[in-house]
Design a binder for this molecule. Structure first.
Ligand SMILES: [Zn+2]
Ligand SMILES: [Zn+2]
Length: 233
């Protein structure tokens, strides 16, 4: 059984802080761990409140940024339940008090973090706590003045979710969609046809200038993927 995530190896390790700064919102991108997983802090400057997306393995530097900026963490969101996106859930909950949320379809993966680490040959860390909030398609999450809607995008995993902030023109897509590629679907619970349908119906229908932040590699836009992604022709 292979539980690796796609690894595009396009990003060097480290942080791109203030990768996008608009209307008092900061998106801080952090790249960490053996498969260069992207984690994000999305903060509302005026309220000092933020959410965390995908506190993966070796993400201490992202936690340091939360402390240095003195962000108040409302949410800890998992785009999906693969080990490299959820590895540090326990640590982030303990240190920030954020509310853990993941789509209902990936709770089995969340509970199997230890098994995933075993199969991947990475250090077995702390199990993830159970989610405080189980997400469904269409749920709304607020952080300061920002509102995010949950888009269920199964196919890379059963409970993959994107988090879309219409007001900021941003969507966090996890491992479903990459710049010029799509996520793998040969992992347990994966389904290629379902993945492509999810991308077409939930992501490519967003405004073309929406910035998509991916679980690995660089960000892209909806329009760029719609026009040039070879997997979506
Ligand atoms: Zn991944
Ligand atoms: Zn994944």
């Amino acid at each position: 059984m292979i539980l690796a995530c796609p690894n595009l190896l396009l990003c060097s390790q480290g942080t791109t802080d203030d990768a996008k700064k608009r209307d008092g919102v900061i998106v801080s991108k952090h790249v960490f761990g053996p498969v260069d997983t992207n984690g994000f802090i999305v903060g509302d400057v005026e309220s000092g409140r933020c959410l965390i997306i995908d506190p993966g393995i070796d993400s201490d530097e992202m936690l340091d940024t939360v402390r240095q900026r003195e962000w108040n963490v409302d949410w800890i969101l998992n785009t999906h339940g693969h080990w490299d996106h959820i590895y540090s859930n326990a640590q982030f909950i303990r240190e920030t008090g954020g509310v853990l949320a993941i789509h209902a379809g990936d709770i089995d993966l969340l509970e199997a973090l230890t098994d995933q680490c075993f199969w991947m040959g990475v250090d077995i860390g702390e199990p993830s706590p159970a989610p405080d909030r189980v997400l469904q398609d269409g749920d709304a999450l607020t952080v300061g003045a920002m509102e995010f809607s949950v888009l269920h995008i199964p196919g890379h995993s059963p409970g993959g979710a994107a988090f879309y902030c219409e007001g900021e023109g941003t969507v966090f897509v996890g491992d479903a969609l990459f710049a010029g590629s799509v996520g793998r679907s040969d992992l347990p619970g994966g389904n290629h046809a379902q993945l492509i349908a999810s991308i077409r119906t939930k992501l490519l229908t967003l405004p073309g200038d929406t910035t998509a932040y991916c679980g690995h590699g660089p960000e892209t836009t909806v329009e760029r993927e719609k026009s040039s992604n070879p997997f979506l022709k």
